[in-house]
Write a new protein. Structure first.
Length: 95
């Protein structure tokens, strides 16, 4: 079984930067102007899932709250600490 988590965004470049440069995932592929959408696939090549983020001229109005989250669990405390430092180094605020 494969899993794809898809989300429309108004900030495709910012999302890609966060998942690739901060969280350490890879850009697996992408597309431009496919039915008026641009998109990017982000994950790891050896996993059977990936994120797909899309952007179009239609703006989205997501209302974020504490239930609107993705939860990622690092394997070890060392990986957790490295991830935490990456987030802090990029001045990302915790909600």
């Amino acid at each position: 079984m494969h899993l794809r988590v898809a989300r429309h965004t108004n900030n495709l470049k910012e999302i890609e930067n966060f998942y690739v440069h901060v969280l350490g995932f890879e850009r697996l592929g992408g597309f431009q102007n496919h039915n008026n959408y641009d998109g990017v696939f982000i994950g790891k090549p050896d996993l059977d899932w990936h994120f797909e983020f899309t952007q179009s001229v239609t703006k989205v109005a997501h209302v974020f709250d504490e239930d609107d989250i993705l939860v990622l669990y690092p394997d070890t405390i060392r990986k957790y600490n490295l991830l935490y430092m990456q987030i802090m180094d990029h001045n990302i605020e915790f909600i």
